[in-house]
Write a protein that binds this ligand. Structure first.
Ligand SMILES: [Fe+2]
Ligand SMILES: [Fe+2]
Length: 279
């Protein structure tokens, strides 16, 4: 028997208040029939759109997503076509922003800095999109990259910066986040490095972005961080990795706090499906 789908409204139950420590539970998605959304059952482009809308509605990123330029740059980069690499990049960027926002609040305690840092994190990888030097197959590649593929990937901070800079003239730190977000990532750093002794607020801001970027990448179930074979990254192992990369830049407490934020957010913005119809 075939049944015509009635119009179904999706309801997002938002967390009412923030849990101490800045970590909030995932908003519960269900529809007017009470069906919970399931993961991995929506089409890819719809996944990305849904994530985008969830970010705009979310408690933590709502304000960071408010400016039109943020929405426009994100849409242009990741929502133009059905592409698993772009969906993954969008989810990654949003989760990095959640982690970075919490670390900033912990470290600087200034709301304006938190918002600007979240925007930098949301947009940090837009240079991976529609970039002729980086085909999606390279972004999704599980094996070690060839030198040519790696040099293609290395273009994304500059490409993203060029795209963003005319939109971010009133918030230049966001463009600089995009341009320099790989400047303090140890042996994975690209062309430039922040001096290990540079403890200026600007350098610390970039390190926090790099910490969020690293933690999210390590915790992503679908990514092989160093393309040497997927391994389980325990909190202890991530802590060791962060200490090796960022060393004395921050106290141990900050690394531990950042990891706990990453663990709390690791399933945020993963795709939630439309209800499977009538079965
Ligand atoms: Fe990047
Ligand atoms: Fe990234």
């Amino acid at each position: 028997m075939s049944v015509e789908n009635p119009r179904v409204t999706i309801i997002v139950t938002k967390p009412v208040e923030r849990v101490p420590g800045g970590l909030t539970p995932f908003p519960i998605l269900h529809d007017t029939r009470g069906y919970l959304y399931e993961r991995n059952k929506v089409e890819k482009s719809e996944q990305a759109r849904q994530m985008f809308r969830n970010a705009i509605d979310s408690y933590e990123l709502r304000k960071a997503m408010e400016p039109q330029y943020v929405k426009d740059l994100l849409e242009d980069a990741f929502l133009q076509k059905e592409d698993p690499a772009m969906t993954q990049a969008l989810a990654h960027s949003l989760r990095v922003a959640l982690i970075v926002g919490d670390i900033h609040e912990y470290y600087f305690s200034l709301q304006s800095l938190v918002l600007s840092a979240q925007r930098g994190a949301i947009l940090h990888d837009i240079g991976k999109a529609e970039n002729p030097a980086i085909p999606s197959s390279v972004l999704l590649k599980k094996e070690k990259l060839t030198p040519k593929e790696f040099s293609g990937i290395q273009t994304h901070p500059e490409v993203g910066y060029q795209r963003a800079r005319s939109h971010t003239s009133h918030e230049p730190a966001v463009a600089l986040d995009i341009k320099h977000h790989h400047c303090c990532q140890g042996e994975r750093s690209y062309h430039e490095r922040i001096d290990d002794d540079d403890m200026s607020p600007e350098a610390q801001r970039l390190r926090i972005l790099a910490i969020g970027d690293t933690i999210e990448s390590l915790l992503d179930k679908d990514r092989d961080y160093d393309r040497k074979g997927k391994v389980e990254w325990s909190s202890e192992r991530i802590f060791t990795e962060l200490k090796a990369k960022f060393g004395k830049a921050f106290p141990d407490d900050l690394y531990k706090f950042a990891i706990s934020a990453g663990v709390a957010y690791k399933d945020r913005f993963t795709a939630r499906s439309k209800v499977q119809a009538w079965g």
